[in-house]
Structure formats: C-alpha cells, structure tokens
Ligand binder design. Structure first.
Ligand code: LLP
Length: 427
C-alpha cells in the first residue's frame, strides 16, 4: 500500500500533484510520501508487537536525516555501517541506545566514535575486529557491547551482489567457528558479549531462507547458553523484498509470525534491520524527457527516450539489471511504443529502463520511476560532474525540500589546484 495515486490522469503523491512539485523544484528529484513511510514502518514493526523487539532502520537504504527523524519519532532505531551513517543517525535524533553498527571493515576511528556515542551494539564480523574493538574500549575506559555477526551459509535466493549469508561471501563469522570466538570474547576485559546477529541478503521474496538461518541461530544460542554465555539480543538483519514488477514477497505479518515461531522460548530481545521494505515503495524518482530519437542500422531500429536522470542518480538498473516501473506523470492517451529510457551519461550502461512499452512521450514530458525510495538517492554519485538531485517529502497537502539540489560550487568543494601548477607550467 502506498500513496502514489492517480487522479484524472495525473500522478499525485498524497494530496499533491507531482507535476506541481516538478514545476517548483525542477527535475530530476526524489519524492517521498510521509504517510507511506510511516505506514510501512508500522506495518513492519507491529508484526512484532508483544515480543521484546527493536526495529533498527537500515540507514544505507535511504539516509536523509528528515526521513531518519520520522522513524526515530515512530520509536525506531538505526542500523549503521559507517561513521558517516552514525553522524546522520545522531543528527536525525536517533537515540544512540537504539543504534547498532554492522559492517566488515570498521576503522579504528569509527569504533572510537561509536563507543564514545554510546551505541547499543557492535555487530563484530571477525576476530581481528574484536581485538581492535577491545583495544579501543580499554583505552577509552569503556566496555564495548558486542554481538557477533555469524554467517549461517544459507542461500537467500536473490541477486548475487546482494547475497550475504553464503560461506563464500565476505560477511560474518562462519557459524561453526562462532563458539570459540564467543568464549574468547567472554573472557576479555573491555568487551561485554550481548548478542548474535546475521543478515543473509536483500530483496528476499521467500520466507524459507530466513527460517533456515533462524534454525541455525537458535541452535547456536542454545549451545552458547550451555557454555555459560547467555545472549540477550538476537538480530535477524533485514532483507524482506518488495514488489518492483511481479515479485510476490512475503506478507509482513507472515514474516513476523515465522520469526516469532522459530525463536519462541529463547527469552531474547529481537532486533530487525529492515531497509528496502520500508522505504522502497515510499519514494519515486521524477525525471523530464529531454529528447526522443530513433537509431537505425541494418535490421535494427531502436527508439530512445533521453531523460534528465541517469545512472549516477539511480544506479540500480545499471548495477543489478534492476527493474523499475515507469509511469507518465500525466496520462496523454498517446499510442504505445517500445523504448529504452536512458540518461545523458556517456556510457551504454547508462539506462533507467530497457524495452519498455509505454504511451509515447514527447520533449518535456515528466516520467516517474517508481519504487525508487530504497538505494536510490543513497547510492547516487556525482559521475559526469552531475550535481546530486533534490529530495522532497510530501506530508498531506504540503511538501518540503528535504535536500536541496547540489550546486556547481558544491561539486568542486574541497578541490585544490596546488600552487605552482598553473596551466602549461612544467614541474
Ligand atoms: N542489515 C545489513 C547488515 C545490511 O547489509 C542490509 C543491506 C540491511 C540490513 C538492509 O537490507 P534490506 O532490508 O534493505 O534488504 N543496493 C542494493 C541493496 C544492498 C543491500 C545491502 N545491505 C540494491 O539496490 O538492491
């Protein structure tokens, strides 16, 4: 359920016409619906009502502080993977006691920053990380709260680039090697063993891989308790998929039910790290047609719609071959044709959609790239020296720019021409 709706052929976000926002803020821009964001958060979170739990939004999916602030107000925490994400989460008003820190490559500076901030848990992914965390904690005179992220060797049956729970992936500690590491950690000063975590992948459309990994986690939790290391937190990561095209992801309550059933009787607080399922269908990318053209040669005839958004603004189609539905912002009733929707970047890999059959568009028409709220803006870059686009949040019949479009000056911010290196000057 989302609040991108059509009225008299016009696309609306809640009560505001998308075309009206485009006229005011220019294109391209990301557009989010507050009502949808909150509804998705509550739909996810309420599945666990009655069980001790904490929903920590995966900041990487959509990291604008206005959006993080919404989840903070709804009682959510944050799953972070860098010092930058910690900075954002704190600026957004997320309680450090609700922040957990995942990731395979935390630097010493990042560990120090997070310890000083007083986060809830470090999801430690290697023995070397444990040793480094201990050193930093002892230096600061603190005790670091630790969960180990285990790798359960379960196939999440999703795109290879976003599968994380297989033995061949870089993530986590092989589940069979976890017990000795827990025993080592339990004996360390500066380390407080608190929990266990895992995250097997993203855009999962089946419940079975989650169940398979929970079965393995349950066995480990029991064996830890038998070895005198009871854990207080079980973190199942994120990963629940959404519908981009015709996928049929699990219903959120079925997912929650399966989790609760598998972990019943363990007397632990559950931590969940959803990202995509909350924001994916709560955001769109709005772009304007610049040109249309047909390239011919031999048997080939290919129609292109060149828009002002590109792979730097939305990387998912180029990077994963991901599918995003394309809708006209205003329906015209024009005859349909099959086109590639491409951006201005100088690479053939720069496309938003391929071989799509849509009502024919003309210059200056607006198109909406749907389901772009997750890993859309947050993965955008300045490639081809394109300023990053604006982000806009609608709340009922009002909207606010929650991130201004970047300027050319911002593009070169921090760049310096060294003295004595004037044009034509040989060093
Ligand atoms: N927790 C951890 C430790 C993660 O690495 C991730 C995502 C999540 C939670 C949230 O997963 P979600 O609920 O969003 O599936 N850029 C890719 C997705 C990368 C996912 C990375 N990790 C894409 O656009 O499909």
């Amino acid at each position: 359920m989302n609040y991108f709706v059509r009225r008299n052929g016009e696309l609306y976000c809640e009560e505001v016409a998308v075309g009206e926002i485009a006229a005011a803020v220019g294109t391209p821009f990301y557009l989010y619906s507050k009502k949808t964001l909150l509804q998705h958060f509550h739909a996810f979170d309420s599945g666990f009502a009655g069980s001790a739990h904490l929903t920590c939004f995966a900041v990487k999916a959509c990291s604008n502080i206005a959006i993080l602030h919404l989840f903070a107000s709804a009682g959510g925490g944050a799953d972070i993977v860098s010092g930058g994400e910690l900075f954002r989460a704190l600026k957004a008003g997320i309680d450090p006691g609700r922040i957990i820190y995942s990731g395979v490559g935390k630097t010493e500076d990042e560990l120090r920053y997070a310890l000083a901030a007083g986060i809830l848990l470090f999801n430690v992914e290697s023995g070397q990380e444990l040793d480094r965390l201990q050193r930093v904690a002892v230096t600061l005179g603190q005790e670091a709260p630790v969960s180990f992220r285990v790798n359960p060797d379960v196939d999440p049956l999703t795109h290879a680039y976003i599968s994380t729970g297989l033995a061949k992936n870089k993530f986590g500690i092989p589940i069979r090697e976890a017990l000795p590491l827990y025993q080592r950690a339990a004996a360390m000063n500066g380390i407080a063993v608190k929990g266990i975590s895992c995250h097997i992948g993203s855009q999962l459309t089946l419940i079975s891989p989650f169940v398979e990994s929970m079965t393995k986690i349950r066995t480990l939790v029991r064996s830890l308790a038998e070895n005198g290391i009871p854990v207080q937190y079980i973190d199942l990561g994120g990963g629940v998929g959404i519908t981009y095209d015709d996928e049929t992801p699990p219903h959120l309550h079925d997912y929650a039910e399966a989790v609760r059933k598998e972990l019943a009787g363990l007397d632990c607080t559950l931590i969940l790290e959803p990202g995509r399922v909350i924001v994916g269908n709560a955001g769109i990318l709005v772009t304007k047609v610049q040109y249309t053209k047909t390239n011919r040669g031999g048997e080939v005839e290919k129609k292109f719609v060149i828009v002002d958004a590109a792979m730097n603004d939305l990387a998912r189609p180029s990077l994963y071959g991901a599918y995003h539905t394309i809708q006209p912002v205003r329906e015209t009733g024009a005859a349909r044709e099959t086109v590639d929707i491409v951006g201005p970047i100088c690479e053939t890999g720069d496309f938003i959609a391929k071989d799509r059959t849509l009502a024919a568009v003309v210059q200056d028409d607006l198109l909406a790239v749907m389901s772009a709220g997750a890993y859309g803006f947050s993965m955008s870059s300045n490639y081809n020296s394109r300023p990053r686009v604006a982000e806009v949040l609608v709340d009922g019949d009002r909207y606010a720019v929650i991130r201004r479009r970047e300027t050319f000056d911002q593009l070169i911010q921090g760049e310096v021409i060294p003295e004595g290196q004037e044009a034509g000057h040989d060093q």
